[in-house]
Design a protein around this ligand. Structure first.
Ligand code: ASP
Length: 478
């Protein structure tokens, strides 16, 4: 007999079925025992009757919650008044004729048939594989997969090519801190894990791919923050021969269609999404992530806006130097200087003297007061790029040495291009009204970057270190 998944059982009224799953709730009423059996599709009720099948009943009495079982029996209509509207198969039950224990289970560290919000997160993360048995989390993972599939379909239909870029890549200056991977084959050399596929996607534009996307993992060794992960997933996009508005329109269409199809209960406050200049946003809302919801207590309101015309640079107080507001590959906007009749050389000089005056072609996508994406039109003029790096405090030679492949690539015919990346974790958390991105990630780390389930980070053996040509120095310098 073939297996029937729980949700399908109600289609087999009067027939015999076989189901598999975990024993959820057990109710014992003397001569009758009821189980809810849970599988990936949901719950179905099984009833054991001591009179009909005394042997099976005896075995059923031994069963404890979360044991894994196989049950065969006839699908019957539940007696009138005994229906349960809360579960999809609430009109039927399976009259058990056969029961097999597939595996036993210890008592779980917490219940898995509640929302889970009431349980301490540390313990949930330690036993994440059990936490994921929860209906809410299964629903979140399913939704996540559907959203990603929607994004893929949407972009593929529009001629975008999904390209995988390397995970072992190169450490370069600027950006966040890199996670480093020591090389065994090349002593004293390191790979870096990608903070984003930024340079690769731009190099793909040099290759002529024209329309690229990737569901990309981005790894950044930043200081811990409650709702930050050392790795997060982006929908990463790059396009050639486009202007800013082309990218914004594409993203807006993607989001509007996604909401319509996948979150029909949600209402978007305003379309087209308002495009707000950075300066105006700061003046009007004292924030470059304004929350434009009309009613902040409405969980189904989605207020999007694009913030545009960011300053190219920001002053990093701690380090006492200029940093790129987005990243150095963003095109500075010299249009106001050009209107004044300044030559390209004069624009560059002005940028070096007054970095604070320079705007850029950066844009951010904001949803309900949170940044969920960002991108820019890229700088394809390598002289301007060198000048940007100089403002950031780097020497020309050092930059050419670090990014030589990039400068070399751009000397072989580079199309104008622009791109964007959307944070999939945050987008989903907002769409699903989850309080944290950890609720939409299968195996998240804590706010301070630990995996409580596997206990990472861990130390490694002397042998492994030796192979990697690494010696651990204790704090006292030995
Ligand atoms: N790579 C950028 C980021 O991760 C996005 C972009 O400029 O496309 O923020």
């Amino acid at each position: 007999m073939k297996r029937t998944i729980n949700i399908e059982t109600s289609k087999h009224l009067g027939e015999k079925v076989k189901v598999y799953g975990w024993v959820d709730r057990i109710r014992s009423h003397g001569k009758l025992i009821f189980f809810d059996i849970r599988d990936r599709s949901g719950l179905v009720q099984v009833v054991f009757d001591s009179k009909l099948n005394p042997e099976v009943f005896r075995l059923a009495k031994e069963i404890r919650p979360e044991w894994v079982v196989e049950v065969k029996g006839e699908v019957k209509k539940r007696p009138q008044g005994m229906e349960n509207e809360k579960i999809e198969t609430g009109n039927i039950e399976i009259q058990a004729e056969f029961l097999r224990i597939l595996s036993r289970a210890k008592t779980l560290p917490f219940p898995v048939n509640t929302s889970g919000y009431e349980i301490k997160e540390e313990i949930r993360l330690k036993y994440r594989y059990l936490d994921l048995r929860r209906k809410r989390l299964i629903k979140n993972l399913k939704k996540r997969a559907e959203v990603v599939r929607f994004m893929r379909d949407f972009l593929q239909k529009r001629g975008f090519i999904e390209v995988e870029t390397p995970i072992l890549t190169k450490s370069t200056p600027e950006g966040a801190r890199d996670f480093l991977v020591p090389s065994r084959l090349y002593p004293k050399k390191f790979y870096a894990l990608p903070q984003s596929p930024q340079q690769y996607k731009q190099l793909l534009m040099v290759s002529g791919i024209e329309r690229y996307f990737q569901i990309a993992r981005c790894l950044r060794d930043e200081d811990p923050r409650a709702d930050r992960q050392p790795e997060h997933t982006q929908l990463d996009i790059e396009m050639s021969f486009v202007e800013r508005e082309d990218v914004l329109e594409l993203i807006e269409k993607l989001i509007v269609n996604l909401v319509k199809e996948m979150f029909p209960e949600k209402k978007i406050t305003e379309t087209p999404f308002p495009r707000i200049e950075y300066k105006k946003a700061i003046e009007r809302y004292q924030s470059d992530k304004p929350d434009l919801r009309k009613n902040k207590s409405d969980p189904n309101e989605l207020a999007f806006c694009f913030i545009v015309d960011f300053p190219m640079f920001e002053w990093a107080k701690k380090e006492k130097r200029w940093k790129a507001n987005h990243h150095p590959f963003t095109q500075p906007n010299f249009s106001s200087f050009e209107k004044e009749g300044k030559t390209p050389d004069e624009c560059l000089r002005e940028m070096k003297v007054h970095p604070e005056k320079i705007l850029s072609y950066q844009y951010d996508l904001v949803l309900n007061g949170e940044e969920i994406g960002g991108g820019s039109k890229r700088n394809i003029n390598t002289e301007v790029l060198l000048a940007v790096f100089e403002v950031l405090g780097h020497k020309r030679e050092e930059i050419k040495r670090n990014f030589w492949y990039y400068f070399e690539a751009f000397s072989y015919g580079v199309p104008p291009h622009a791109g964007i990346a959307l944070g999939i974790d945050r987008l989903l958390a907002l769409f699903l009204n989850e309080p944290s991105i950890r609720e939409v990630i299968a195996f998240p780390k804590t706010g301070d970057a630990r995996d409580l389930m596997m206990g990472t980070p861990t130390s490694v053996s002397e042998e492994q270190l030796k192979e990697l040509h690494i010696q651990i120095r204790e704090k006292n310098g030995n």
